[in-house]
Design a protein around this ligand. Structure first.
Ligand code: HXC
Length: 258
């Protein structure tokens, strides 16, 4: 598997997938999403792979979000389409993959980055990780499942606090609220992931695939929540506040929403 922005290594039935755009803090542009989509499909078909680890390259970031430069000029329809395509191509696919996917959060997991980690079946973080959904500071809302998956993981109140304040939480805080399962020193993160994946490979792959389907069935989104997210995400696009929020990021200044 050869990609521009994704590295894949397979060893002892465990695949390590690394998102590799370190200069952009591994931000998810359209090409990276499409490559990840292809990569997960290929790994699902590969009988020699029983568990998948997903991480970001470099020491600073897992994924710093969707690529803001790519969508800053989008209007309402394009915004909604961006969200819908992401759900279909990647986020729902990872959640429903029949092999366990474990996120190894090695730094910033922001916006679409945290949403990708939340689509994985569970998460470990390094001590330097920072997690958050900063979208409202850009004039948008989480659009890759964050409005649905964060409340499932941490409860509605904590999720709303994180979404409304756009604050980043530390790995320790994320662990305390159940957003990640364990926190270790940066140098130990891969080892922890491999150990957990190894335990998975000793068990029945067929039974694990059925377990994923059963657990996920109990967490289907209520009241068309994901469709609503797409609609409300799209509504934010092209508004004066969206232009101010995304413009401020691109101009490297603080937004003014007065
Ligand atoms: C595009 C990004 C990016 C992003 C970082 N970069 N995050 N480019 N999209 N999400 C780029 C920067 O522009 C910069 O490029 C380089 O990566 C390094 O980033 P810096 O900002 O210089 O690093 P630092 O000062 O250490 O700050 C790190 C940071 C900051 C706090 C993570 O980069 C940041 O706030 N990033 C945006 C986080 C965010 O808002 N994410 C949510 C996106 S919206 P140059 O070329 O200047 O070197 C989203 C929506 C999902 O995810 C739903 C979609 C449907």
């Amino acid at each position: 598997m050869e990609y521009n922005n994704v590295l894949v290594e397979i060893e002892d039935k465990v695949a390590l997938v690394t998102i590799n755009r370190p200069k952009q803090l591994n931000a998810l542009n359209a090409e990276t999403i499409s490559e990840l989509s292809n990569c997960f499909e290929t790994l699902e078909q590969n009988k020699s792979v029983r568990a998948i680890l997903l991480t970001g390259s470099g020491e600073k970031s897992f994924v710093a979000g969707a690529d803001i430069k790519e969508f800053a000029s989008f209007g309402k329809e394009q915004g909604a389409e961006l969200s819908r395509r992401g759900h279909n191509q990647l986020f729902n696919k990872v959640e429903n993959l029949t092999k366990p996917v474990i996120a190894l959060i090695n730094g910033f997991a922001l916006g679409g980055g945290l949403e990708l980690a939340m689509s994985c079946h569970y998460r470990f973080a390094s001590e330097n990780a920072k997690l958050g959904l900063p979208e409202v500071g850009l004039g948008v809302i989480p659009g890759y499942g964050g409005t649905q998956r964060l409340p499932q993981l941490v409860g509605k109140g904590r999720a709303m606090e994180m979404i409304f304040t756009a604050k980043m939480v530390s790995a320790k805080e994320a662990c305390e609220m159940g957003l990640v399962n364990d926190v270790v020193a940066p140098d130990d993160l891969l080892e922890l992931g491999k150990k957990s994946a190894k335990a998975i490979t000793r068990n029945s792959g067929n039974a694990i695939a059925e377990a994923i389907k059963a657990v996920n069935a109990g967490y289907e989104f209520q009241n068309h929540g994901l469709e609503k997210e797409i609609e409300h995400f799209g509504n934010c696009f092209g508004t004066p506040e969206f232009k101010e929020g995304t413009g401020a990021f691109l101009e490297k200044r603080k937004p003014n929403f007065d």
